[in-house]
Design a protein around this ligand. Structure first.
Ligand code: ASP
Length: 452
């Protein structure tokens, strides 16, 4: 049995819902359907979740909220009309949207979450009604009934491990179950959402809970591309990725799937596939525990900008006991997270995301490095990008770093730092952000020219 999750763009209009109906109909193993709120119908459109945020803001500021209510209700009623659904469904939806503006504002930590969750909750009701009217016996299931019990962290809920036993019982259902994504309920019965984009997490939890054979995540692209399509024209979609490869690519900006969505499926050993609602016959990208086919040594190349490097050197640094700890202590005291730490004999760099620093913190770090640690040289360098060349099969291949460095040197791209963890699942290269696009193009050509 399969759990299918549809993202907002797959559920934005009646035309999209017709595709969803066909996808669910054509495979009787698709027994659990997790849905997002309606997304954008075109570039200029607004996602229902974003409209709910505006509605919430005006409500708490005690402004007039009628235009928000009308706009949101109309989004659903357009679909209800186009799909010829019974009017009773839109009555239900509209009541639920209006009711939000009666919830208590004072001392209500979960008010924002209640507004946000209404997007998926009402969509699930609409979709269950649509399925029932079109030949699929379906039932809407509220996350509370499903057993999605989460921690009391508004906007950042975490599933409680005890939930899985209850979720498993869903496997006995006779109908197709339509479950709203993005939120669960706390032990006190409060609606509490995951972080933004969190419907992917719900799908993964349900898949792990019911011990599905497959978790299908339907979006609007043919899977995960080997490089960013904004940089490489028509990059190929990766047929198969391991969870570790996916994690490395996601780290450097590949964001097709919510980061936290990998964990439940991974722990439950459930394979995952990313597919395209608009092109469902495309096999998409499978995310598996171990490669089943002989994948290329490199599966994807990702890049992310906005990194800073704190560089320092001190003669005989390698002989000084505790030097590294003292450097990290400076960062810890300033509540700064770091990402990478390439070292030489007498020098050390710390690479971190720009957002961790402020001019005052930078000055303080340099001061402490010079005064307390007595480094010979310390500087802070901005404007860096990280390139990740990812592939588990790199382990068994010789010369891949040489291929990468040659491709970059042929294009006059200076490598500031390079490192490869002992797991050899990725090679990380730090370069100047101005050369990021050129670097991706050069590397894509070097590693994938044969794929095309
Ligand atoms: N609708 C929510 C959001 O826009 C969650 C989701 O679509 O996954 O963040």
């Amino acid at each position: 049995m399969k759990v299918v999750k549809f993202g907002g763009s797959s559920l934005a209009s009646a035309t999209q819902l017709e595709k969803v109906l066909q996808i669910v109909k054509e495979d009787p193993e698709r027994r659990f359907v997790v849905v997002s709120a309606p997304g954008k119908r075109n570039e200029q459109d607004t996602k229902v979740t974003d409209a709910l945020i505006r509605y919430y803001r005006d409500y708490v500021e005690e402004n007039d909220v009628t235009s928000h209510q009308e706009w949101i209700i109309e989004r659903y009623s357009d679909m209800v009309k186009e799909l010829n659904l019974k009017p009773s469904i839109i009555e239900k939806i509209s009541k639920s949207i209006l009711k939000l503006a009666t919830l208590p504002i004072e001392d209500n930590d979960f008010l924002y979450d209640a507004f946000l969750a209404a997007g998926e909750n009402n969509n699930a009701k609409l979709i269950a009604a649509y399925f029932n009217q079109n030949g699929i016996a379906a039932r809407y299931v509220h996350p509370k009934e499903a057993g999605m019990i989460v921690s009391s962290e508004p906007g950042n809920a975490q599933i409680l491990p005890g939930s899985y036993d209850k979720i498993e019982e869903l496997a006995n259902a006779q109908e197709v179950l339509v479950i709203p994504g993005f939120f669960g309920v706390t032990q006190d019965g409060q609606i509490c959402t995951f972080s933004r984009g969190g419907s992917d997490i719900t799908g993964s939890i349900i898949a792990a809970g019911v011990k599905a054979d497959l978790y299908e995540n339907f979006t609007d692209v043919d899977g995960i591309f080997a490089a960013h399509p904004g940089i490489i024209a028509h990059p190929h979609s990766i047929p198969e990725l391991t969870y570790r490869e996916m994690r490395e690519l996601a780290y450097a900006g590949f964001s097709v799937l919510h980061d936290e969505a990998l964990i439940p499926a991974y722990r439950g050993k459930i394979p995952l596939v990313i597919k395209n609602t608009n092109n469902p016959s495309h096999p998409g990208t499978r995310i598996v525990l171990q490669h089943t086919t002989q994948a290329l040594p490199v599966v994807g190349i990702a890049a992310d900008s906005h990194f800073t490097s704190i560089n320092m050197s001190k003669y005989l640094m390698n002989r000084e006991v505790g030097f590294g700890r003292k450097v990290l202590q400076i960062l810890e005291d300033l509540n700064i997270r770091w990402e990478h730490m390439p070292t030489g004999i007498d020098d050390l760099s710390l690479i971190l995301r720009d957002r961790e620093l402020t001019p005052i913190k930078e000055e303080e770090i340099l001061r402490q490095l010079r005064q307390k640690l007595e480094v010979d040289h310390a500087e802070i360098e901005h404007g860096l990008s990280i390139i990740m060349i990812v592939g588990e099969n790199m382990k068994s291949h010789v010369g891949l770093t040489a291929t990468a460095t040659k491709a970059l040197s042929d294009h006059q791209i200076n490598i500031q730092m390079i490192s490869q963890g002992s797991s050899e699942v990725s090679i990380m290269i730090v370069i100047n952000s101005e050369q990021e696009k050129a670097a991706i193009k050069a590397l894509y050509q070097a590693f994938f020219s044969e794929v095309h």
